[in-house]
Design a protein around this ligand. Structure first.
Ligand code: GAR
Length: 214
């Protein structure tokens, strides 16, 4: 089976990267993880990646004068690894347009809310403050507008009475770990495709493929 070569970009814990790594251990899963890249030298997720036997690379942002130069360094590392698609998994730095344009259509992200609600940070606290009954997470293509690119798949998580931001975050994180490998497989199988004009087209993707209810 020809597998899609994927790099995962992290900044911290890396639990979503871990869920992708576990999925990729299945010989039937259509993805090979060719690199785990961190912008932070001490990201916990780097150890986890090594435990999975994955190649790691740090492109330390503090070693570069500007964000643009840092991201050129990232692109070089991704190209050297032969990455065909990039998964951002808790990469906590806003990307410059040049990087996004370079990887347009080949760059996806997981975000801890049901987009387009609650873009940005502190999504769980804001969802609770707003009193939503259903929260969740989304996998989307990355465009120049923050958290606004076309949505690949989403998982819905009910808000429970008595939830605080930590309990809600923990249940959404479990949903993220189910959603991300499923969404990535849809792209690798060619079921969801970037159309080139900031939208996606479905090619035989079913509702069960793109919407998870927990
Ligand atoms: C995840 O909840 C991810 O959705 C979120 O950071 C966490 C990373 O956890 N990403 C964002 O907020 C991006 N704006 P992880 O490092 O354990 O995967």
């Amino acid at each position: 089976m020809k597998k899609l070569k994927v790099a995962v970009m992290i900044s911290g814990r890396g639990s979503n990267m871990g869920s992708l790594a576990r999925a990729a251990m299945d010989p039937e899963y259509p993805v090979e993880i060719v690199l785990v890249l961190s912008n932070k030298p001490h990201a916990e997720g780097l150890d986890l990646a090594q435990q999975h036997g994955l190649p790691i690379r740090v492109v330390d942002q503090s070693a570069f004068d500007s964000r643009g130069e840092h991201e050129l360094g990232i692109t070089q590392a991704l190209q050297e690894a032969g990455a065909e698609l990039i998964c951002m998994a808790g990469y906590m730095r806003i990307l410059e347009d040049a990087f996004v344009n370079e990887w347009r259509g080949r760059l996806i992200n997981i975000h801890p809310s049901l987009l387009p609600s609650f873009i940005g940070l502190e999504t769980h606290a804001r969802a609770l403050e707003r009193g939503v009954r259903i929260h969740g997470c989304s996998v989307h293509f990355v465009t120049n507008e923050l958290d606004a690119g076309p949505i690949v798949a989403q998982a819905a998580v009910a808000v429970e009475p008595g939830d605080d931001k930590n309990s809600l975050a923990a249940r959404v994180l479990e949903a993220e770990h189910e959603l991300y490998p499923q969404a990535l497989k849809l792209i690798a199988d060619g079921k969801i495709r970037w159309t080139g004009d900031d939208s996606v087209s479905d090619n035989n993707a079913t509702a069960d493929d793109v919407a998870i209810f927990r």
